[in-house]
Ligand binder design. Sequence first.
Ligand SMILES: [Zn+2]
Length: 173
Amino acid sequence: MNMGMDMRMSIGMNMTTKLHPTHIIIHHSATADSGTVSWQAIRNYHINTQKWNDIGYHFGIELINNEYEIMIGRPITEYGAHCKELQMNRRSIGVCCIGNYDDTPPPVQLLSKLEYLVLWLMNIYHIRVECVLGHREVGEMAGFDWKKGQYKSCPGTKFNMRQLRDRLLQAMP
Ligand SMILES: [Zn+2]
């Protein structure tokens, strides 16, 4: 038994990989980003109120003091709980940007940290830029019109997904 195996067993990590992601879905928390940690509050809400096993997202981007940080959520090997349309929970990575982007566009610093994370995930899982979608775009693909209130506007009406994909495309190696 090697050291890695021993460590995984000792922390009780599930070694089977359920999730084989083909998509990355971007969300917002629709809450104010106060500059303190809300990630744990979201995790508590998902566990205690929604009765899920863990936070629904795999990753978050949050302003901590003056820096945007990548927060770790549910293990990347597990199915998420962030977008049930088109079975996306079973085939996508969920990333939540803390803040409300119905009110204001996402800050440049947040977007650059998000791009860094998404490029990294695209690279590892061979995910195409067309498969990086906003939550509302999945709703549209499933036949719901968010502009008519049939679906969430997530990751915010002021969050420009096309621009994000253009920037990812430019940054791709
Ligand atoms: Zn969402």
